[in-house]
Design a protein around this ligand. Structure first.
Ligand code: F6R
Ligand code: MG
Ligand code: MG
Length: 366
């Protein structure tokens, strides 16, 4: 059957500060999506959180970018914002950048990852959700899953994966896209995706079948006040098994807590720590950045699950490494490479400081 899997997410208020989500917000979202399911708009749904981000996981048959689905998600966020305001949660409605819905939540603040698929005989999917980081954080794990034989042995020994995958890469600053095929073009691909603040993997598809394998919430960035305003706290969906990487190959990249942008005030580099949903509570220096993974089996659009994939002792070592790396980076305080380069920081006092100092700068003599 043709089915759309949509994940739409927003931070509409934190509890406490930016560290977690309030149960009343989750309950309200459950109620809204339950109504949409009863009305026949959704086949199924699952509401969850990653840190201070509310995550709406939905299945339906209305296709990608559908106005009705997006409007219903937007209204769910608006209703949640009212509760956030009542409870005086922190940053109530922070990701709702517009006063009114206008056709599609893209560009209005929330993050979106959607894929339309033909549901297979068995359809295992994993939804990855991150807090305190940006879309480029998915570049390294997606590369490992779909292009690195040291991670994914299926690329070498599974006949239905041996042709490799096609990557759609977005230049989020110039608003352009380009496609690469692996394995032939991996060196060119890596030139771009190794710079994740500008180039982000939007989707991956199978070269064998042409089918969509993974899609992320990568969106273009807005240049506001001379700075790029990031799309924070990204999600992505990945299909597993068969002609796609196995569940274990999809999870394997997260055993290495790679350094990503985000963390305190969106202005630091820090390790991406794989955690259970219960542990997605970034509290140390508002971090370190977290990633959760919920697995489902789709059954005629029903979301059978979830299984909390990182609630497994085999990720304990990654968490330990992440805590070690967090401590090591923290000792750099306000210095790079812990602090981001000037042009990437989400918070900056640079214009004011330079303005104050402009009379005091003199030209260096040769
Ligand atoms: C980072 C984040 C937090 C806040 C920080 C300051 O993505 O959400 O680290 O940036 O707590 O928050 P404000 O400026 O809202 O007081
Ligand atoms: Mg927040
Ligand atoms: Mg967040």
């Amino acid at each position: 059957m043709k089915l759309t899997l949509s994940v739409i997410k927003a931070d509409i208020g934190g509890f406490v500060g930016h560290s977690d989500s309030h149960p009343e917000i989750l309950a309200s979202a459950n109620e809204s999506l339950n109504k949409a399911k009863s009305a026949g708009m959704l086949i199924d749904y699952y509401v969850t959180k990653c840190g201070d981000d509310l995550q709406l996981i939905m299945t339906h048959q209305m296709g990608e970018g559908n106005e009705k689905i997006h409007e219903m998600a937007w209204n769910t966020f608006v209703k949640g914002t009212e509760i956030a305001k009542k409870l005086k949660l922190y940053g109530a409605g922070q990701d709702l950048l517009s006063d009114a819905f206008s056709g599609n939540v893209k560009g209005m603040g929330p993050g979106v990852a959607e894929m339309e698929i033909n549901e297979r005989i068995s359809e295992p999917v994993i939804i990855f959700m991150a807090d305190k980081t940006s879309s480029g954080a998915w570049n390294l794990p997606l590369y490992k899953m779909f292009a690195d034989p040291f991670n994914t042995i299926g690329l070498v020994i599974a006949p239905n994966m041996h042709k490799g995958f096609k990557f759609e890469v977005h230049d989020v600053k110039e608003h352009k896209k380009v496609y690469f095929t692996s394995p032939e073009e991996i060196y060119d691909l890596l030139v771009l995706i190794g710079a994740p603040s500008r180039y982000c993997i939007k989707s991956v598809s199978s070269r064998d079948t042409g089918e969509i394998a993974a899609v992320s919430s990568t969106q273009k960035l807005s240049l506001i006040a001379g700075r790029y305003v990031g799309k924070d706290d990204p999600v992505f969906i990945v299909r597993c098994q068969g002609s796609f990487p196995a569940v274990g190959e999809v999870l394997e990249p997260f055993t290495h807590p790679a350094i990503v942008e985000g963390w305190m005030r969106g202005s630091h580099n820090g390790p991406l720590m794989p955690v259970s949903v219960a542990d997605s509570i970034p509290t140390r220096f508002d971090g370190p950045p977290r990633v959760t993974a919920l697995g489902f089996q789709l059954a005629e659009g029903m979301l059978v699950g979830p299984r909390d994939m990182f609630a497994d002792i085999s990720f304990d070592d990654a968490r330990k490494k992440a805590n070690w790396a967090a401590e090591y980076l923290r000792r750099h305080g306000p210095f790079e490479p812990h602090r981001l380069p000037l042009e990437e920081m989400e918070y900056t006092t640079m214009p004011q400081v330079m303005d104050k100092l402009k009379e005091r700068f003199t030209t260096l003599e040769d």
